[in-house]
Design a protein around this ligand. Sequence first.
Ligand code: MIC
Ligand code: SF4
Length: 646
Amino acid sequence: MGSNTIYAILEKHRVHGRIGPGEEIGVRADQLLTQDGTGTMVFLHLEQLGRPRAKNRLAVCYVDHNTLGDGPENADDHAFLQAACEKFQVHFSRPGNGIGHQLHLERFAAPGLLLLGADSHVPTLGGIGELAIGVGGLELAVALTGAPHYLICPAVTRVVLTGKLRPFCSAKDLGLHILGLLGGRQNAGVALEYTGPGVKGLSVQERATLANLGAELGLTTSLFPADEVTQAFLTAQGRTRDYRRQQPPKGAEYAEQISVDLDKIEPMVALPSSPLKVTTVREAAGVSVQQVAIGSCTNGSYEDLARVAAILGGRRVSPEVSVVVAPASRQALRTLLEQRQLAPLLDAGCRLTESTCGFCIGHGQAPGTGWVSVRTSSRNYPGRCGTAGAQVYLVSPETAAATALRGVLTDPRDLKLRAPAPRAVRRYPVDDGLLLPPPRRVRLGELPRGPNIVDPPRQKPLPASLHVEVSLKLGDHVSTDEILPAGRWLKYRSNVQEYAKHTFEGIDPTFVQRARENAAREICNLIVAGNHYGEGSSREHAAMCPALLGVRVILAKSFERIHLGNLINHGVVPLTFLDQRTYEALTLDDYFEMPWIAAELKKSETITLRNPDRGIEFKVRHGLSRRQIEILLAGGLANHAARHLI
Ligand code: MIC
Ligand code: SF4
């Protein structure tokens, strides 16, 4: 396979392996990113690893997820993170500054760079031409020590965009259309490279929205070229020097190509409760709505909010609807103010909240019982909004605004208004007052730990054989939000022991007790799952908490990329079916021996499960690399790194 832009960037950062689809490669990134929801663990891991931080790369920690302060836990986390940033020489973005992905786009991202981030939405930065890949917290901690990061090199699909988006049809609609187009496939190990004449009609923010939504497909990442539009954005941010033109190399090659005509895109919606359940707004219009929430890293930029202000200006939102606006950054808010577009939002009756993730992750603004909530964010997995049973629809800012006015899901074209014309901002207001660079003198001594900040548990090396019992059987598309809910339990991100009590609570509240009882009998828990197990968030807690409860094996039809890595890195063996009928046959409480698991991992592609009393024996597949197997045998990346970090 020849090169393309994604491979060219990977090649520049490669330190091990060979670039090509499916190859395991080691890379060193230019930039590292974490946030408060994953970051406390990152720094706790880093302390446990006992290695200094390698200082030659930019690292930033954004406080954007856990900001409500409902109890002391969030503030204690923030104090810990700020001190950790001083100790490990990391930029610290204070709470209220904004959502990490938006802030990074504004202040640090640049074409051609490689970033690793402990958050599944870092590919947002692909909108500016930076190659950004989501990883687990422990992987990020290891990368902070300067060690290479290992990943499976993706197969690159070229997406050729032609035409131009029509009035009231936006990047979000295009993104949802692409989710509909590719959502039925296995996208783990695939990256998208956007090209074609349609690209130049999209702003950097629109490109970022598209790249952001790729996370819902489980892609490794998405990337746009860097052109005059990118240059103008960087100039408006006072960062012209960070611009470099970036186009696919001559004769670029791709594993696959798809084409999308932007003229044909119309307002789209993702129905409850999956971002992949897309249809046109026309098709779903008319549903009564009680809440509209506008913001998030997908659609909370100044451009997004300005279009909402243009639609709502001089009008009032429906008295039946609570309308929340959360600007994605202080800069977005400040620009609205300067461009006189904030007053129209307030006068229309919108509720303004802090610049954070907030409603997107169920941290505040939970809908009322049985409500329908229409949101501009990117995820609507069951329960994520903070209210079990609430129906969350995902739409563009234009559709959200139209819905806010009418009180029912509305195609914005039906308002018969003049389409909002985007106003180009020549110079954004830049104020880095809440972005603290690492101090010149490294902080020494203990980090301040509130009582909820607890060392992460360590896994034991994998024994030669296991006794396992099926303690949960799941269907397809189980997201990490369902494995470990965020919302009101977000405050336990620094306390795996406490967080583990909520494992799978929305799916089966009896799971935790069953798992603990098995563990007490020295029987490992085995979870059986369908396709796309672990989609969504990168939170490593979705591997660590089950591991703490004695889950040692997950047998699924397929896994999502970041979660697969998290399982391996926390010593949980991910296996897949050789024969789909085995999935059907397995039931809760089935007991098996895995008599040669350690030896089979090393020597064979398959692993044996058997129950001699019932005369059952079958084999499953592992498909793991030599390095991944070593990590599993060691009981996870922390143990492995303790032996191998140089
Ligand atoms: C999300 O969108 O699900 C999150 C919250 O940003 C997560 C990170 C987390 O769970 O802390 C993600 O996307 O990785
Ligand atoms: Fe925050 Fe939501 Fe974006 Fe995740 S998807 S980073 S929770 S705004």
